[in-house]
Design a protein around this ligand. Structure first.
Ligand code: AMP
Length: 193
């Protein structure tokens, strides 16, 4: 069978793409979701490609394993996807952080500001072993408000916050800088916009 040249070119280009570029090429921009003016970075197409999921997982795990985490604390809901994969891959615990009112047992709560109004997230009060090393994971870092609230939950439970991991950083916003200043750790992100 003769393979058309255009196909070969495309394939070889694909091979030379960085993982971040490959990831960005499948992220879907959804305009005006969940409200006008927001461009939502939809990561669900990534899950049509299990090989890419594996590559992203390996890449993140390589960066996070050096932090020697005891647990990955992930933020509902999209943070749960790679958060639980990472915890399993690294052989450490998984801690869910959820929107207020969702966790069944006794919780600690942290409020944070949204563009309009406030939101709150919670963690089970016994989820963090005091002194244990925690990495917080979410799909996307924007202003950093959500991740900062998650960091406070870990700190208030006497956990040692050793890192943040995100698939995407909207680097035109000050989220990464805010987390660096507030917690003294450098957030790790695969793709920057
Ligand atoms: P922030 O607290 O501003 O850093 O926002 C981060 C949280 O909001 C994460 O849990 C994201 O899943 C979600 N988020 C914010 N902006 C977007 C966006 N443009 N696309 C997808 N998710 C977003």
């Amino acid at each position: 069978m003769v393979i058309p040249a255009v196909y070969l070119t495309h394939t070889s280009q694909h091979n030379y793409m960085t993982l971040a570029d490959k990831f960005k090429s499948v992220i879907r921009d959804v305009k005006d979701f969940p409200k006008p003016g927001i461009v939502f970075k939809d990561i669900t197409p990534v899950f049509n490609d299990p090989h890419l999921v594996g590559e992203l997982l390996n890449e993140m795990a390589q960066h996070i394993t050096v932090l020697r985490p005891d647990a990955i604390a992930a933020i509902e809901a999209r943070g749960f996807i790679f958060g639980s994969l990472l915890a399993h891959h690294l052989g450490c615990k998984f801690i869910p952080i959820r929107k207020a009112g969702k966790l069944p047992y006794r919780t600690r709560k942290e409020e944070y500001s949204l563009e309009y109004g406030k939101a709150a997230i919670e963690i089970h009060e016994d989820a963090v072993v005091p002194g244990s090393r925690i990495v917080i994971h979410d799909d996307l870092l924007a202003t950093g408000g959500t991740a900062e609230a998650a960091g406070k939950l870990v700190e208030n439970a006497d956990g040692a916050l050793v890192g943040f991991s995100f698939l995407i950083n909207l680097s035109f916003l000050p989220g990464a800088e805010n987390l660096r200043t507030r917690f003294g750790v450098n957030p790790y992100c695969i793709a920057e916009y």
